[in-house]
Write a new protein. Structure first.
Length: 236
């Protein structure tokens, strides 16, 4: 079974006004897609939630269901479940619902109650922490900023190299550019928020110099120089 067929089935149902069926397909995709295709992780966290949010404009139960899924996963984490994928789901849902403050609030609770679980979830919490200007807490979770930036860059160049020509190339490239830019922006904001301005400037220069694709370099440079934090959930 290809889970993408279920996702497309949900989209068709939504377009045709069969909202309950559409929601059921979206929930199935969220719960089971990775069992069949782990490579759909990104789609599951982005487009799938976006489709559900779009459905919610006509069918409020879709938003209610997203909130229920989020709250259930948050309860699991606060009960001591150490699976960082739960937090990743919560962050994405809150991103689409424009409720990043709730992501920060949850991470702060984990930081106080389960520091080791918080450490596992930090990668998904970074942006919400920066938006809440809690730079000191964020800095505690970054042992080596240069190595962190290098990991971002390696992943970005790899993702860009694997993009194939086709109808979705431009959208996929744009998504990778915004994800990488946001990661770098957040890292730099944490350092600058803690007074490490020179270090942040050096990391920015190295990050830009390491981008292998000229088109991507131009786009990332423009984003970083704009000074405005990327909102990935507003780019779709």
């Amino acid at each position: 079974m290809d889970p993408r067929d279920r996702l497309e089935k949900g989209r068709s149902a939504a377009r045709e006004g069969r909202f309950e069926e559409a929601l059921a397909e979206y929930v199935w995709f969220h719960d089971h897609a990775l069992e069949f295709s782990p490579s759909l992780r990104g789609v599951r966290l982005s487009f799938a939630f976006g489709y559900c949010l779009e459905l919610g404009k006509e069918y409020p139960k879709a938003i209610e269901t997203l909130v229920e899924i989020r709250d259930r996963k948050a309860e699991n984490l606060l009960d001591g479940n150490s699976n960082p994928a739960l937090f990743e789901d919560i962050e994405s849902i809150n991103g689409y619902l424009k409720q990043a403050q709730l992501t920060y609030d949850l991470f702060r609770q984990l930081d106080e109650k389960y520091p080791e679980i918080a450490k596992l979830c930090f990668a998904s919490a970074r942006t919400s922490i920066v938006k809440s200007s809690d730079f000191t807490m964020a800095r505690r979770y970054i042992a080596d900023p240069e190595a962190t930036a290098a990991r971002f860059l390696l992943s970005f160049n790899s993702d860009i190299d694997e993009i194939h020509d086709g109808p979705h190339r431009e959208k996929t490239l744009d998504a990778f550019i915004h994800i990488f830019s946001e990661r770098v922006q957040v890292l730099l904001a944490i350092l600058r928020g803690c007074g490490e301005t020179n270090r942040a400037d050096q990391i920015q220069q190295v990050a830009l110099a390491g981008i292998s694709n000229p088109e991507a370099l131009s786009a990332v440079k423009a984003i970083l120089e704009s000074g405005e934090l990327v909102d990935f959930y507003a780019t779709g």
